[in-house]
Design a protein around this ligand. Structure first.
Ligand code: FE2
Length: 581
């Protein structure tokens, strides 16, 4: 069966395509539209669809709209309740239901040829749960979904067995750990539904001195749910007005963040323990925006009885597109199997599910931009050249293969640098225009990770934090956060041979089997996806070397030849404008 999944209602609009249980494509609309998070998460924008991502998914697989068996939409308007029944104050919340009810017709408009009757609503948290439980390795798992909100709930605890989901608990709104954290994010002057990870980073600088308060205000209940009382954040630290002036972040804000973060970890451990006791499963699968809190994920991995915690790399709402498609794979009758036996989903083995370009197409982009470049087709020679630049403390923009689904830079579109140079933290934050309290993370060879980092290994999706072994902290200071941790990505040579070759050569040159890895973008912009995006970043940020596939562009060469390139452009333009006779 060919199933397109669509996420549109709240934020991070995205699309995913699952064919016969195999995920073949998944992408966020922001990577095409170049608008961070695709749209603002307001009710008025709920109708907007990930049109470019949807069309690309079909093109990628060579499908026509008519070839689709079904479209899964990760929100079920039939589950909606009036905002006042949910304890919400948004007078426009009803628009989400209105637009979602009409989504089949919006989709048919965006995808001519689609029969609106082929669109199926998948409850928001069921879609999140499917993106974890049906994508994870293994036939069964306990499942925990936590986010700001779905139709009427903010949480789901369940049990996945043989493709079936049994819902064990669902916390109804207004109680929401995600909305609570979003509220704190806004109070601290950051953008809600976007910058929650900054609060997590800030928490490392504080002392959880108000923890007792938060233990009474945020608490679990015996039925597997929880209570979140309304909290007056101003009691603990003054509101930060962001760019409009007013109080700036200080000790009180860090302490507030630390207290809420610590309480969140405690509550998640209690919720995970509850679902472990109900299911007896060895593996916990997680999704929902709260599951992007890698500090809390690590606390769950360390302090519960689960042997393994698997988190969907696109744990935020983008992942519900994939989840909706996977869910339909298990519940819709397969027309080619007599209408009964659906194809079971196959585990997700990579997050590299987005766009890619051939080596020749990449070269064409560079030529058309009049950018001088060298091509190194030999893998060892390419690794040698890139590792040499990194060892000489160059910053490298790295563009290889398919782009990654989800918010993390996973070695597909990354900025790489020397982890032994302390100044690279400040340097990269400056290049990206980020706050200086934000850490950058390391890539590390899979077979060397346990020597340096203590925590869940392998960690291919950057969803956990690890303690850096004391002996290594002074050797890789750029990637060690203030609390002695690092959010690592392990690199398996079988999955990412080019990146692994660079890491291996870099270790030969420096003795360090790790590199600084941060997303290839500048502040407020989505991650680079296309060659054009990469060239725009390279043209505007002080990056020394751009590596696109086997092609290398050095900034020094760019400046040396830019005058010639400019003249050539001018001559061509004039020639093109001459009238033909
Ligand atoms: Fe969600």
């Amino acid at each position: 069966m060919k199933i397109l999944g669509v996420n549109a209602v709240f934020h991070d609009p995205s699309a995913a395509l699952v064919i016969d249980g195999q995920t073949v494509a998944a992408a966020e609309e922001e990577r095409f539209s170049r608008r961070k998070h695709g749209k603002r998460p307001v009710p008025f924008a709920a109708w907007e669809l990930p049109e470019q991502a949807m069309r690309w998914c079909l093109t990628r697989a060579g499908l026509r709209v008519e070839d689709l068996d079904a479209v899964g939409y990760s929100f079920d308007p039939a589950l909606c309740l009036p905002a006042e029944h949910l304890g919400l104050s948004d007078p426009w919340d009803h628009l989400r239901r209105t637009y979602a009810e009409r989504a089949p017709w919006f989709l048919a408009e965006a995808l001519p040829g689609l029969d609106p009757d082929d669109v199926h609503f998948v409850p928001h948290h069921v879609a999140h749960a499917a993106s974890a439980g049906l994508a994870a390795p293994g036939p069964s798992s306990a499942c925990l979904v936590l986010d700001g909100r779905g139709e009427r709930a903010s949480h789901l605890a369940g049990h996945h067995r043989e493709g079936r989901l049994e819902v064990l608990a669902a916390q109804q709104l207004p109680h929401s750990l995600g909305l609570l954290y979003e509220g704190l994010t806004e109070h601290l002057g950051f953008l809600r539904s976007s910058d929650e990870y900054k609060v997590m980073a800030l928490a490392s600088y504080g002392i959880p001195r108000h923890l007792d308060d938060f233990r009474s205000l945020i608490r679990t209940t015996p039925d597997g749910g929880f209570v979140t009382e309304q909290i007056d954040w101003s009691r603990y630290a003054p509101r930060v007005a962001g760019e409009q002036g007013g109080p700036t972040l200080g000790r009180a804000h860090a302490d507030l963040a630390a207290g809420v973060q610590r309480r969140l970890e405690e509550v998640l451990i209690e919720l995970a323990t509850w679902v472990h006791e109900r299911t007896g499963e060895q593996m916990l699968t997680m999704a929902g925006g709260t599951a992007l809190n890698c500090v809390a994920n690590t606390a769950i991995a360390r302090r519960t009885r689960f042997d393994q915690v698997w988190v969907q790399p696109a744990a935020g709402d983008a992942g519900t597109a994939l989840g909706a498609a996977l869910r339909l794979t298990t519940v819709l009758p397969d027309p080619f199997e007599g209408g009964s036996a659906a194809t079971p989903p196959r585990p997700m083995t990579t997050a590299a599910l987005g766009r890619d370009w051939s080596d020749e197409e990449l070269a064409d982009h560079l030529r058309s931009a009049h950018v001088p470049f060298a091509t190194q087709a030999d893998l060892d020679a390419l690794a040698d050249e890139v590792a040499g630049a990194l060892a000489a403390d160059d910053v490298v923009a790295w563009f290889q293969g398919r782009s990654a689904f989800g918010p993390r830079a996973l070695g597909c579109r990354s900025l790489l640098a020397h982890p032994g140079a302390q100044h690279n933290l400040e340097r990269l934050n400056a290049i990206k225009g980020r706050e200086q309290f934000r850490p950058v993370a390391p890539l590390v060879l899979l077979d060397r990770a346990a020597d340096i980092f203590d925590g869940p290994i392998p960690s291919p999706y950057m969803l956990f934090v690890h303690d850096v072994q004391p002996a290594w902290r002074s050797r890789i200071p750029a990637v060690v956060h203030v609390d002695g941790t690092a959010r690592i990505q392990t690199v398996d040579p079988a999955a990412q041979p080019v990146l692994a070759a660079v890491l291996q050569r870099f270790e030969e040159l420096t003795g360090l089997p790790a590199l600084v890895n941060t997303s290839l973008n500048t502040a407020g912009r989505p991650m680079v996806d296309s060659p054009r995006d990469a060239l725009e970043l390279f043209g505007s940020a002080p990056v020394d070397l751009l590596v696109m596939g086997p092609h290398l562009v050095r900034r020094s060469d760019l400046f040396a030849e830019s005058g010639h390139a400019g003249r050539r452009t001018e001559q061509r333009t004039v020639a093109a404008l001459e009238p033909t006779r």
